[in-house]
Design a protein. Structure first.
Length: 123
């Protein structure tokens, strides 16, 4: 259902073309749908927005984009930053579907543990 997701996310951008979470989700879907160039264009846009903003920019848009692209190094660098800055979305690690490409990595499980969330197999 990648094409439907792309259409819905593009429509959401008509309300705010610089909404980082929507841009990140769209980049993620583009990447997973095999449209890598489109995803990379959005990553560049996200990084420009992040560099230009003086206030809070939600890092999860960038994390989602890199996760979709399979760039685990960048995704984990941004996750670590989010953890260090105590960003609120970090508590959704275990249930965020856009983080699925990262869940098999031992760094993910370490981060879940450090955040204090239940780990796999915990009762």
């Amino acid at each position: 259902m990648f094409q439907q997701a792309i259409a819905e996310l593009q429509e959401a951008l008509t309300f705010n073309e610089t909404e980082v979470l929507v841009l990140g989700a769209l980049a993620h879907v583009y990447a997973r749908a095999g449209q890598r160039e489109e995803a990379l264009k959005l990553v560049a846009k996200l990084e420009r927005i992040e560099a230009e903003e003086r206030g809070y920019v939600a890092p999860f848009g960038i994390i989602w984009a890199y996760a979709g692209l399979g760039d685990k190094e960048q995704a984990f660098a941004w996750l670590e930053r989010s953890y260090q800055e105590r960003r609120d979305r970090i508590v959704w690690l275990n249930v965020d579907p856009l983080l699925e490409p990262l869940r098999s990595d031992p760094r993910f499980h370490d981060l879940v543990r450090r955040v204090g969330l239940p780990t796999a197999g915990a009762q």
